[in-house]
Design a protein around this ligand. Structure first.
Ligand code: TNX
Length: 509
């Protein structure tokens, strides 16, 4: 019972023939290869939380009953045709557990699978049924987005979210750091952005921002869990908090009031202006310097107060500034309007699973510049859309409600005609937070639907001839989600007890 479903999971069958692995108090974690130590330390911390056991980590070959983590070029499954650096094998038998991978990330995902195979409440007699797993991801980019601009989440809360997404083998956390309602990352060269623009949140929510040290620490915490932070500086729209901080960025030259409502599309930076150009260079330079990952997201969505010509000229320049800062730009799919984007620019598609208007054409424009797509179709992958009519939290504009089944039964390669896996970098589920005020509410919106999107991003693609429904069996998925929920309960992760899942009779919500 593993989410996302591994490419191959063969249970050894009859326990009298293939007895389970039993974690004895004498068990050790035997490590070999660069990076195996760090993965072993995380496994040990997880075993301590889950089972109250803290095995020693040793640099010697495994003995009977040990857990081995081996990172070496020849490891990982060979016969499945994947060259993904994240591939891993996991073997569980009475003799021991062995995780093999080519990279620490692969080994860490193997650890996540192992963790889900450990029965919750294992106490003093931890036994894991014998099994062989060969696994690799479908997409290199599997993400969740947290909108920390509308409602601010503290570093400790973001870490809690990082822990929860790591279990699902998600490897990117997109932080939507700036919007009309708040500016959340301190910029040394423009300090008013956080002093003024960071002081509010949607609906009177607490303000707040990350100092550069806090942000570096978050990035490092995510990186230890093989998650790359993707920072977003949304522009030229969604900028009221910046305009309220610096009137010289405003088209009228007058600072607007701080904004705590939920409208979109009313703000724009002054474009074609030397001060704005300096602002863009400064914020991109400072945020790029805090970001070891390859991407910087420049937003570009819903710029309803910027003329098309101004939008195109602004985004073209901003994308070049991102490239000069050493990063690959990502933009919401509207950025496809810009004819000559830098080579390799990534588009984030947020229209529906049946594209409306010119969304498909805009998405294809990224492929035209040698770029690729992150698929976030809002009618299935937006975590802020209500689960059911009448929910007090969430929006319904994206063809809501969005059920767990909706979030599960879709395929990224069957959305935009002409865009298949060769041009899809991956999938991402965004959680916008106009209506989501606390981390508990955020988790209830995200889980279980984020588990569905994680599986869409990791697990094997349906064959061309298969209907999506036959490959993604929502009933079978619901059974695996129910077993995952025992782990959520143990970890204190909140989730929504949607219908059609046989939830454990424990806490939940
Ligand atoms: C659309 S889709 C937005 C966000 C809102 C969200 C609410 C997109 C790129 N932007 O600004 O928060 O809808 O669901």
């Amino acid at each position: 019972m593993v989410v996302p479903r591994p490419v191959r999971l063969e249970s050894a069958g009859d326990p009298s023939v293939s007895p389970p692995f039993v974690l004895s108090p004498a068990a050790r974690i035997s490590v070999a290869g660069d990076g195996a130590d760090a993965v072993a330390r995380l496994l040990r911390a997880e075993l301590a939380t889950d089972c109250g056991q803290e095995p020693a980590i040793v640099h010697e070959p495994p003995a009977f009953g040990d857990i081995a983590i081996v990172i070496a070029p020849g490891e990982g499954p060979h016969e499945d045709g994947s060259d993904s650096a994240e591939r891993y094998t996991l073997e569980v038998a009475a003799e021991g557990v062995r995780i093999g991978a080519v990279t620490p990330a692969g080994a860490f995902w193997g650890v996540q699978t192992l963790r889900q195979l450990i029965p919750v409440g294992c106490d003093d007699a931890l036994a894991i049924d014998a099994v062989r797993v060969h696994d690799h991801p479908r997409y290199a980019y599997r993400g969740a987005m947290l909108d920390v601009a509308r409602h601010f989440f503290t570093p400790a809360e973001v870490k809690r979210f990082i822990d929860a997404i790591a279990v699902l083998k998600l490897n990117h956390l997109h932080l939507h750091l700036t919007d009309d309602q708040g500016w959340r990352i301190h910029i040394e060269s423009w300090p008013e952005l956080t002093r003024v623009g960071g002081s509010t949140g949607s609906d009177g929510g607490r303000g707040g921002f990350y100092t550069q040290d806090e942000f570096r620490d978050l990035v490092a915490y995510a990186a230890e869990r093989h998650i790359t932070v993707v920072p977003e500086l949304d522009m030229p729209g969604h900028t009221n908090a910046a305009l309220a901080s610096y009137p010289e960025l405003d088209p009228e030259g007058v600072a607007p009031a701080l904004y705590t409502g939920s409208d979109v599309g009313f703000s724009t930076l002054q474009t074609g202006d030397a001060t704005t150009e300096r602002f863009v260079r400064d914020i991109v330079r400072e945020v790029a310097a805090l970001t070891p990952g390859p991407y910087l997201h420049l937003g570009g969505d819903e710029c309803l107060s910027t003329t098309d010509a101004d939008f195109v000229a602004f985004v073209r320049d901003a994308a070049r500034v991102v490239v000069e800062s050493g990063k690959t730009p990502i933009g919401w799919h509207e950025v496809g309007k810009v004819g000559d984007l830098p080579t390799g620019t990534v588009g984030q598609y947020w229209d529906f699973t049946s594209p409306r208007g010119n969304a498909a054409e805009l998405a294809r424009a990224f492929v035209g510049v040698g770029g690729s797509l992150i698929m976030s179709p809002s009618d299935v992958a937006y975590l802020d859309i209500v689960y059911a009519d009448g929910d007090p939290i969430g929006q319904d504009w994206a063809d809501g409600p969005t059920t767990l089944r909706d979030a599960y039964v879709w395929d990224p390669a069957r959305i935009v005609p002409g865009i298949g896996d060769a041009h899809i970098l991956g999938v991402e589920a965004p959680l916008w937070t106009e209506t989501v005020a606390t981390i508990e509410e955020a988790e209830e919106m995200a889980f279980p639907r984020l588990a569905a999107v994680a599986e869409v991003g990791w697990s094997a693609a349906p064959a061309d001839t298969d209907a999506v429904e036959t490959v993604r069996d929502a009933t079978e998925f619901a059974a695996r989600v129910a077993s995952l929920a025992e782990h959520w309960d143990a970890a204190g992760t909140r989730y929504r007890r949607v219908p059609d899942v046989a939830w454990p009779e424990t806490v939940g919500t």
